[in-house]
Design a protein around this ligand. Structure first.
Ligand code: SER
Length: 316
């Protein structure tokens, strides 16, 4: 029986991934942790404990004491926030990963998921249908830490047999827990502001195109990758994952079709340069071939569901 640790369970991905894992493996076998309190659903549904992944000894003890076999490490400072505290963000992102890699090596928790991101690409990368293997010169702290992390993950796989699996998430769109401090956050904020006030001040320009993915697709594919036979995985750095690509203007249009009074203005800030350095669309054929990556949500389906769920959440 698998016993699973999720680090970062109060975050945007963790708060949904824990629920999916508890469904699959049983509530008592999925240990949620974070340095802050998670949603009530997570706290009430199974084991939760405050745990700081930067504290190596405590992390290792936790793995041994609870006989953990798999770890999902979702702790990270996102791209926008990382630019405000470059050295701290580097330290946190790298140490969080290195501690889990090292603890995996030293314990029975040999299977590890760690998310990478489209941020590993940079301004010199071909922007459309970006391939798995291409020019990678990220120019953000977050992107540099993710690219370095990918290299370390592959190193631990080759050298120590740590069964690390990873995807380069596109921007993730969800309603349960909002992201914090990322560049793709506008694609979530826009839904909340559309329902709350009918207006959104967007921090990137109308023609900014980025790859995005609805959270349900992200969670399903994350678990699919973790379930895959290790022999089928040709990539141990991180797999490209395309999702759906659209501009901020196209997203606004999809919302306007459903919320006719919705208005938007574009006020690009420092995150515009980050968005401009990332691909507009991604080629993920290797993930499709290796472990059956597939997605369900297009822009229309995602917009319908987001508006319903955000309305429900805000009870309007
Ligand atoms: N969505 C993240 C961000 O914007 C990138 O992985 O920082």
């Amino acid at each position: 029986m698998e016993r699973i640790l999720v680090i970062g369970s109060a975050g945007q991905i963790g708060s949904e991934l824990v629920l999916a894992l508890r469904n699959k493996f049983g509530n008592v076998n999925v240990f949620a942790t974070d340095i802050k309190q998670p949603t009530k659903e997570i706290q009430d549904g199974g084991p939760f404990q405050i745990l700081d992944v930067l504290d190596y000894k405590n992390l290792l003890h936790f793995l041994v004491r609870n006989k953990i076999t798999q770890v999902y490490n979702l702790a990270a400072v996102l791209s926008g926030n990382a630019e405000k505290i470059p050295l701290q963000a580097w330290d946190i992102n790298m140490k969080a990963l290195m501690n889990t890699l090292e603890a995996a090596q030293q314990s029975d928790a040999k299977k590890l998921f760690w998310p990478s991101s489209i941020a590993v690409f940079g301004p010199t990368t071909p922007r459309y249908k970006t391939e798995q293997l291409t020019v990678m010169e990220p120019n953000t702290v977050y992107g540099i830490s993710k690219l370095a992390g990918e290299r370390w993950g592959e190193y631990y796989f080759n050298r120590y047999g740590v069964d690390i699996r990873s995807v380069r998430y596109p921007g993730l769109i969800s309603y349960k827990t909002e992201p914090g401090g990322g560049t793709t956050d506008y694609a979530v904020e826009i839904f909340f502001d559309a329902i709350k006030s009918g207006h959104y001040d967007c921090f990137v320009t109308e023609d900014t195109a980025l790859p995005m993915m609805f959270m349900d697709d992200a969670i399903e594919n994350t678990i699919r990758l973790m379930d895959a036979d290790g022999k089928d995985l040709s990539i141990r750095s991180s797999y490209n994952m395309a999702g759906i690509s659209f501009t901020a203007g196209e997203l606004a249009q999809a919302i306007k079709q459903r919320v006719p009074n919705f208005t938007i203005s574009y006020k690009p800030d420092f995150r515009q340069a980050i968005a401009n350095s990332w691909p507009a669309s991604i080629d993920d054929k290797i993930a499709r071939e290796d472990w059956g990556l597939k997605t369900e949500f297009d822009l229309e389906k995602m917009t319908d569901l987001m508006l319903d769920k955000v309305r429900e959440k805000l009870s309007v």
